[in-house]
Design a binder for this molecule. Structure first.
Ligand code: ADP
Ligand code: MG
Length: 724
């Protein structure tokens, strides 16, 4: 159904109409609009205001108040421009009159106004009222003409006399211009509503046309949230429908069925050097049950740092290996991949199970270092059962003989395409799709996980292995530095080790992946250098001035992988007392003897990330400590205090999300979701509604035959995500 345009826009449009067909959009402006992502009428209408300027009360001229932003309406009784040459300034002054009085309106450098706002013009203007020695005037106001066809009463004013939308702008595209384009489209707007009426009624949702009208030109600010919710609901619903569909497709795919071998599992578990926690046992069982089915598992295992996710992954991999199936375990960093490989080798189970390691710089078969080519051959022949690796496994297009299970550790550090690349069945000689187990130490609220990652199953490991002591955490001011240093020395003398984490020195640079908008390669590189610089300086300070008597080592992202490995290995073996590092040690690294975690500039990190750092210590029987040095002794400090009060990662993640918003939270920003939807991700209630609605729709109309508009939107969303 077309949008019937107003008198001003004589042509008719539908949502797909290219923006270039809208009157008064030329090639220049369409290029500028494209920068805001506006290429069609739909995108124009969905370009939502960031806020509103309240000019709703047009006051009689006699009642204006100096210093306030107000709107008035009157007739132009005179208008003149003056040039002030030395300042290259033109000042245009109009006198406006209504029944109650007269006032000056003053514009700068807009001499053409003299021509357009001639005497007798009826004007609505809005701006700041200013008092000078000649009396009151309105400074540089937005203005628009009132004509018989365009009056305040009919709600046709674009810039004055009501709540005025202020849009996200870009060079050459002002809010005024956007209002000029959008407002005429709203007048006779009749958008087809993709939501089934029953759903709209059930969840008390505004009709689409009303929502779009209201969000651009609300009668009151109070009317905005309902409109915003309605629009966000649409996106959330689509995300849910997409997830349900993908699940349905997944369930049609075929994977290897691996019947559970309980006696074998019992013997494996019995060889572990510790007893599994209940949560670990439940998670293992859930995974094994999933793998018994014909279609691929899609499970997310969430567990706080140190909760012992790795062993669960290794157990299920060994279980699959017993019957000749391959597992690949992917880690986001070289250091972590090596550690996992080491863990795997110590638990490797029966001697007839073979393993391979494959990273950017290292390759192993079982306990032998070898060439990448040789390692890859063991993968493609099926000789290696469990393959541990980094992105190199994806990049190098490794082929598998019988890949049954993909485990992705710290899954948010991998892109969707990378995951998809591994899951493609044509990479595997078997032609079957492997099962997928993703792991994360970032405790994602369940609703959020379901929304962004689709309809997956979730295992949560909340319980920590027994005997873990709480880590004593304190926020430290610079005055207490000497005491902390003494304390570190004591601990080292007692045989312990310490980590020192530094943020980047450059205050403008991002700190670590996922915490700040590292834009582009250049941004990432400069951020990396800033970190390296910070680490090198801290290393110098600590090794020369503070702890000349102790062995200090450093680790940063510019070191060669082989160097990094050496440093990590030496640290693990106890050759160094203190390791100064960038946030590269954030994920996973396991040094049981380390009992101290010092974070410099702690206020520069998010709570969830600090919690990750803290999780690097307290991994063995030693009482462990975390010292957060804050450069900011006030507000940041208050946020950091939360760290001293709880060691529940789920709780801290929730606080983090509340403070920084879900968008800032572990890279959802890169997902390409519209801002509105992003904000709605914090709205659990709305997500739940969308979820139930999606299920209801899929139940009665699984192919969306009766909801063609939803089907079309889903299709365009699919294309959109494929483009990325
Ligand atoms: P994460 O969940 O952070 O990846 P890891 O899997 O690295 O945690 O495990 C952290 C440490 O806890 C490892 O040293 C591991 O051997 C140990 N661990 C795992 N499970 C248990 C358990 N049930 N009892 C004692 N120690 C355990
Ligand atoms: Mg881990």
């Amino acid at each position: 159904m077309p949008i019937r345009a107003s008198d001003a826009q004589r042509d008719t449009f539908d949502l797909a109409t290219p923006i270039t067909r809208v009157r008064s959009v030329g090639t220049r402006s369409s290029a500028r609009l494209a920068k805001l992502g506006i290429k069609s009428v739909r995108q124009l209408l969905w370009h939502l205001p960031a806020r509103y300027e309240d000019y709703s009360l047009a006051v009689p001229i006699a009642d204006v108040i100096p210093g306030q932003k107000q709107s008035i309406q009157g007739e132009v009784i005179s208008i003149v421009s003056r040039h002030i040459w030395p300042k290259r300034l033109t000042i245009t002054t109009a006198t406006l009159r209504d029944d109650s009085g007269a006032i000056r309106a003053v514009w700068f450098n807009q001499p053409y106004l003299e021509e357009t706002l001639t005497e007798g013009t009826l004007l609505s203007v809005a701006g700041k009222m200013v008092l000078d020695k000649r009396g009151l005037y309105i400074s540089n106001p937005i203005y628009e003409k009132i004509t018989p066809a365009k009056t305040a009463d009919a709600g046709q004013l674009q810039h004055t006399g009501r709540l005025i939308p202020i849009y996200p702008e870009t060079e050459g595209v002002t809010s005024k211009y956007l209002r000029f384009l959008i407002q005429p489209l709203l007048e006779n707007l009749a958008l087809p509503d993709p939501l089934p009426a029953a759903i709209r009624r059930q969840y008390d949702l505004t009709d689409l046309t009303d929502a779009i009208r209201t969000i651009h030109y609300p009668d009151t600010e109070e009317a905005v949230p309902a409109a915003r919710d309605r629009l966000a609901f649409d996106d959330l619903l689509l995300l849910q429908l997409k997830a349900l569909r993908e699940r349905r497709q997944m369930n049609r795919l075929r994977s290897v069925r691996i019947p559970m071998d309980a006696p074998y599992m019992r013997t494996l578990v019995a060889t572990l050097p510790f007893t599994l926690t209940k949560d670990q046992r439940v998670a293992t069982l859930e995974v094994l049950k999933d793998m018994e089915r014909l279609y691929p598992m899609n499970r997310l295992m969430e567990g706080d740092v140190g909760s012992g996710k790795t062993v669960v992954a290794i157990l299920v991999a060994l279980h699959a290996a017993k019957v000749g199936h391959q597992t690949v375990l992917l880690a986001p960093t070289e250091v972590l991949a090596l550690q996992h490989y080491h863990t795997l080798r110590t638990l490797a189970g029966p001697a007839d199970i073979h393993t391979a390691l494959l990273t950017g710089s290292t390759a192993c078969i079982d306990d032998r270092v070898t060439t990448k080519v040789a390692a890859k051959r063991t993968v493609s022949t099926g000789q290696a059962h469990i393959i541990v690796g980094t992105h190199a496994v994806i990049r190098d297009d490794v082929r598998f003989k019988a890949l049954a299970l993909v485990v992705i550790d710290e899954q948010h550090r991998f892109g969707i395409e990378q995951r998809a690349a591994l899951m493609k069945s044509d990479r595997h000689a078997s032609g079957l799709v492997p099962h997928l187990l993703s792991m994360t130490a970032t405790p994602i609220p369940r609703t959020l996980a379901l929304t962004i990652f689709g309809d997956l199953d979730i295992s949560i490991i909340r319980e920590k292995p027994k005997g873990r002591q709480a880590i004593e955490t304190s926020v430290v001011s610079s005055a207490q530095r000497p005491q902390v240093c003494d304390f570190i020395r004591q601990q080292v003398k007692a045989g312990r080790q310490a980590f020192v984490i530094c943020p980047a020195i450059d205050p403008a640079a991002p700190i670590a992946p996922g915490t700040a908008p590292a834009t582009g390669r250049q941004g990432r590189l400069s951020a990396l250098w800033a970190q390296v610089k910070a680490v090198e300086e801290e290393y110098k300070r600590l090794s020369k001035e503070v702890f000349p008597d102790l062995k200090v080592a450093m680790l940063h992202g510019r070191m060669k992988p082989a160097q990094k490995q050496t440093v990590m290995r030496e640290f693990k073996e106890g050759w160094h007392d203190i390791l100064v590092s960038t946030s590269v040690i954030e994920v996973g690294v396991d040094i049981p003897n380390a009992s101290i975690m010092v974070v410099e500039g702690a206020d520069r990190f998010g709570l969830a990330q600090l919690h990750q750092f803290r999780g690097r210590v307290g991994r063995a029987e030693h009482q462990s400590y975390c010292f957060l040095f804050s450069t900011d002794d006030t507000t940041g400090n208050r946020r950091l205090q939360a760290m001293t009060k709880t060691d529940d990662g789920f709780l801290l993640a929730e606080q983090d999300m509340r403070i920084r918003g879900p968008g800032e939270f572990f890279g959802i920003k890169q997902s390409g979701l519209p801002d509105l939807t992003m904000a709605a991700l914090a709205n659990v209630d709305l997500i739940k509604k969308a979820r139930t609605a999606a299920r209801a729709i899929m139940k009665i109309d699984p192919d969306l035959k009766r909801n063609p508009l939803l089907a079309a939107q889903l299709e365009s969303m699919r294309q959109f995500s494929h483009l990325e």
